[in-house]
Design a protein around this ligand. Structure first.
Ligand code: PMV
Length: 330
């Protein structure tokens, strides 16, 4: 009744933004997304069901989990209990192995690790049909972190039940580098959960959705061919497109800081003036992910560190999928 799992965070090249209500009130993504799983930004989670508990108890980095996280953890655990016919609550400990305490999204790695550990602790089948919906209940992007390398998550086709998640290429196919420029470690004022629900209020959403199939094709082709300029060009414009939807939704979501814009400009200058192949992308927060090749990582890191407002650079590469470990946290 006790199991431990480890999973990496991921950075989306084609972003998941916006949900609609599916059958039985399930939240379904409006679009397919493509991501790269990260090696350094990882989470370990231990789950143990116990008869002495009156509710699920959860710590993150040895502290009680914040209410917003607890609510999502309980949602996942209730579903696990329902599937396994269990009536016990669980003790859950989660540790983020990030060199920094905060600043990088840990929900993807956290909920992928939770889905895996809880499934085994409850004695459920450890297959994608069980794991993917459980990870999504915690955080949509977490289902991509179940797999390593380059991953595609597609919403269910009309008339079909579940979403599909699959690896496009393994981590060995193309070891890219993601330099995360950490600008601000504060919690984001509006959660991505809230943002997804209000995406439809943006007048730009329709245009974004209409163009995404083409963008996803370009991104997948660039991954297959290890073509960094084509990938980078598509990834940058796709990130800007998602942020345009965020900014023009009601209420408007502006996740950027002044330093976010400074990093965007610096990345463009590094490419144009110094010929360094590096490209930015940004999730639901101010930090900027700079995608580059391993050979250029050092020069790009040096340049990023000089920008006002950049607190730290976290250097990640392409990582493996979620796995079980024999090293429980308690
Ligand atoms: O998984 P969530 O609900 O935290 O949403 C993730 C949203 C983005 O990070 C902005 C995009 C993505 O696909 O990861």
């Amino acid at each position: 009744m006790k199991a431990t799992a480890n999973a990496g965070s991921n950075i989306a090249f084609v972003k998941y933004w916006g949900v609609r209500k599916g059958p039985r009130d399930r939240q379904l993504p409006l679009n397919s997304s493509v991501s790269m799983t990260l090696d350094v930004a990882r989470t370990t989670t231990t789950v143990e069901f116990a008869s002495d508990l009156k509710t699920d108890r959860c710590t993150i980095n040895s502290r009680p989990a914040p209410p917003e996280a607890i609510q999502r953890v309980r949602r996942v655990m209730s579903r696990v209990r329902q599937l396994a016919g269990l009536n016990q609550f669980a003790r859950i400990a989660s540790v983020n192995h990030f060199p920094t305490a905060a600043g990088v999204a840990s929900s993807a790695s956290g909920f992928a690790a939770l889905a895996l550990a809880a499934t085994r602790a409850a004695g459920l089948r450890e297959d994608p049909k069980t794991l993917v919906p459980l990870a999504i209940l915690g955080s949509g992007s977490a289902c991509r972190s179940l797999y390593g390398g380059y991953v595609l998550w597609s919403p269910p086709r009309a008339g079909r039940q579940g979403a599909s998640v699959r690896q496009i290429k393994s981590e060995d196919h193309w070891p890219l580098v993601d330099l995360v420029a950490i600008l601000n470690r504060k919690r984001k004022p509006v959660t991505s959960e809230q943002g997804h629900r209000q995406a439809w209020t943006s007048p730009l959403l329709e245009g974004r959705l209409a163009s995404l199939a083409r963008v996803a094709r370009t991104v997948k082709k660039a991954i297959h061919e290890r073509d960094l300029p084509s990938l980078g060009d598509a990834v940058e414009s796709e990130a800007l497109c998602m942020h345009a939807v965020m900014m023009t939704s009601r209420p408007s979501l502006l996740y950027w800081d002044a330093a976010t814009v400074a990093v965007i400009k610096a990345v463009r200058a590094l490419r144009i003036r110094r010929g360094l192949p590096c490209y930015f992308t940004i999730d639901a927060g101010p930090n900027v992910h700079v995608i580059t090749a391993p050979e250029q990582a050092e020069a790009v890191t040096r340049a990023l560190k000089r920008i006002d407002g950049v607190q730290e650079i976290l250097c990640c590469s392409t990582g493996r999928g979620a796995y079980y470990t024999n090293a429980p946290l308690f």
